[in-house]
Write a protein that binds this ligand. Structure first.
Ligand code: NDP
Ligand code: GDR
Length: 323
């Protein structure tokens, strides 16, 4: 039975990846950080019904010794490095922490693997945010990067360090340049979940409006359950490499909101307001990925349509709030 180590196991992708790997009969070891709210840790793993089958171990990306010991003890065959300060808006408020966790944290994990289990295959969670200010569309593995936030700059450092460990030490280290992916387990601060939670609250009469920031920004949104499969496929290849993972379709935030309101039988124009205070200091206006390489080399293709994703998220938020 192969062993997979997942950092960021308590996050959206960590939960879906755990379920995916357990279905493939992996032993899954998940790194979680100590929190005073230990009663709600693992809520997403619980929601997917896998909490009892994931071996949770305590570690923190800011503590090299903690993750070296985990790697040495569990001797994973595959390491999925997903942990990060992942919210772009927060990265302007906490740029140093974002650099430490999202940027240097990847090097900490690469070092832990180099020290404790150099033959393990390594996955780095890179991001379409690295493309930032639009240089070309659609964005592929060869499009120049232009990060537009402390988060994106930190991810770019982590991305290039992964390439460097591959080229310097011969590690089987791959980077997935994933475009936005969502699900009912998406953090409540991200725009899709803010929208579906808001729609559910309006539908249930708990409020009558939803306030958003830049509704003209365009994103290439897919479903997290599809995207974790791409992570696994990258580590099954003989050669490590970097891949763009996207749907190849882009929509405005306003378009997603329209889909979500329609899914609940509501009209967006009756309920949405915008507020300058929610605009970012620098915006990524347009993301549209070209997943051709992943399709060709991994045989991967996004399955879930955005309209269905919006409807699934609205239904889940309605069920949650009704409870
Ligand atoms: P989440 O924000 O849902 O999860 C982040 C995870 O990182 C959580 O488990 C969190 O733990 C953990 N974490 C944060 N800081 C530390 C730390 N110091 N030590 C250990 N663990 C820590 O992110 P997603 O699941 O959405 O994304 C997974 C990864 O993929 C992230 O790196 C993200 O930047 C990247 N990414 C995501 C995309 C998306 O659209 N979702 C697209 C492209 C890249 P806790 O629960 O305690 O907060
Ligand atoms: P993003 O996701 O920054 O693309 O990063 P987010 O959902 O936060 O923003 C998407 C776009 O929506 C606009 N927007 C708002 N965003 C939020 N959060 N709240 C609002 O009220 C709102 N109104 C409009 C934003 O300005 C932006 O243009 C996500 C994260 O998962 C990263 O970790 C990951 O790397 C990238 O996706 C790919």
């Amino acid at each position: 039975m192969p062993t997979a180590l997942i950092t960021g196991v308590t996050g959206q992708d960590g939960a879906y990846l755990s379920r995916f790997l357990l279905e493939k009969s992996y032993e899954v070891v998940g790194v979680m950080r100590r929190s005073a709210s230990s009663d709600i840790i693992g809520e997403r793993l619980r929601w997917l019904g896998v909490i009892d089958r994931v071996r949770l171990v305590e570690g923190n990306l800011t503590d090299l010794g903690s993750v070296v010991r985990i790697v040495q003890t569990h001797q994973p065959d595959e390491v999925y490095h997903l942990a990060a300060q992942s919210f772009v808006a927060t990265s302007w408020q906490q740029p140093s922490l974002t650099g430490l966790v999202t940027g240097l944290g990847a090097v900490t994990m690469l070092e832990a693997v180099r020290i404790g289990r150099p033959q393990a295959r390594f996955y780095q969670a890179s991001s379409s945010e690295m493309f930032g200010k639009v240089q070309a569309v659609p964005q592929s593995e060869t499009t120049p990067f232009y990060p537009r936030s402390p988060y994106a700059a930190a991810k770019l450092y982590a991305h290039w360090m992964t390439v460097n460990y591959r080229e310097s030490f011969g590690m089987h280290a791959s980077s997935g340049i994933l475009f936005n992916h969502e699900s009912p387990l998406r953090g409540i601060e991200f725009v899709t979940r803010r929208i579906t939670d808001g729609v559910a609250r309006i539908k249930l009469g708990l409020t009558d409006h939803l306030t958003l920031g830049n509704v003209e920004a365009k994103r290439d949104w897919g479903h997290a359950a599809d995207y974790v499969e791409a992570m696994w496929l990258m580590l099954q290849q003989d050669q490590p490499d970097d891949y763009v993972i996207a749907t190849g379709r882009t929509m405005r935030v306003a378009d997603f909101a329209d889909m979500a309101f329609k899914a609940a039988g509501l009209t967006m124009a009756d309920h949405v307001r915008t507020d300058q205070a929610l605009m970012r200091p620098a915006e990524v206006e347009l993301l549209l990925g070209d997943p051709a390489k992943a399709e060709r080399k991994l045989g991967w293709k996004a399955r879930v349509k955005l309209e269905d994703l919006a409807a699934e998220m609205v239904a889940a938020d309605l069920a949650r709030l009704s409870r």
